[in-house]
Design a protein around this ligand. Sequence first.
Ligand code: FE2
Ligand code: FE2
Length: 363
Amino acid sequence: MLKNKHVTIVQDNNIHDRSFIDLVKRDHAIKLVDAKSLSIDDFKDSLLVIAQVKLTDPEAIRPLRHKMSMLEENHVPVLFLLDDFNRREIVQANILGATDYVPYPCDEKYFIELVAKLVNIVVEQAWSKLSKTQESALKVSLKVVEKTFANAAAGLEISQDEVKDSCNLIIEATAKDGLTDWMNAIRQHHNYTYRHSMMVCGYLTSFGMLLGVQKTDLQTLAVGGLLHDIGKSITPLEILDKPSVLSPEEWDIMKEHALDSGNILENNQWPAEMVDIATHHHEKLDGSGYPHGLKGAKVSDLARMAAIADIFSGLIDKRSYKPAMSPERAIEIMLSLSDELDIPLVKAFRAVALTGPTKKILC
Ligand SMILES: [Fe+2]
Ligand SMILES: [Fe+2]
């Protein structure tokens, strides 16, 4: 399993520029480790190890020698940050098993891209577990999500055919091969909004299968899940990607995405059921949700299901300001929200969330 992974940062006591830590935290959980007290266990669940130690100091690198070789054996990439980028540092980094090295400080954008590239080595390992059907569904739908969000941000038309076709691939892959490997691969994607959209789509598809809904309704759930947060394409990035908890004012702006999601789909003449999912996935049965504060029976079944998949996906996913929660704990919390969520539906969803259905259904 590749979930709950982090970037391990190995440091010594010498003076270095540490500003890269905030850059890494934008997309990944991190674990800080002192080079002197390094143990093999510190590398457990590492997506990537970034080492920032004085490579010209034999005392600083001695604790690393044996332990770094374990990383190579376990296919964990290692990035060395070099203070001076001189020949001696480069030789030492290579001896210690560097996958790559970079002088630091360096250009921020270059550094972020380099980390993403190295993390992708691990992502590709997760992808290698997918069946051919799952892999092509994931590749196509990720491209479609990226393009759709970019088009929505630019105020361009959103192609219904492309999104529906990619959702049909997801439905086919989930029906054939189940949800587990697919979710593990999605969870490695570095962009939270895309990752979350794909997760909600996957859970809603599986939820629909479990409930035995018709194929057209399944497509509504899959598309609704994929695009439920399309309104976030116009949320200011400094709020959307803020690496810490939002202030009340920022939270008010963030909440606008639900209405924006519905409006974007409505303006592109999407079916009313998909607009409903997009607009109302944050409504709560007691009327305390947004954007319309709908109460009880006014919250449709589709919106109730979307709220469940949305909350669950958010809870079990990591953010820079919170660790990932176990699926069991997430369901426990959701079952306690009896004023807000449709509890019989949460109980049904539990089967999707905790086992991932492989039910072969429909069509
Ligand atoms: Fe949302
Ligand atoms: Fe969401």
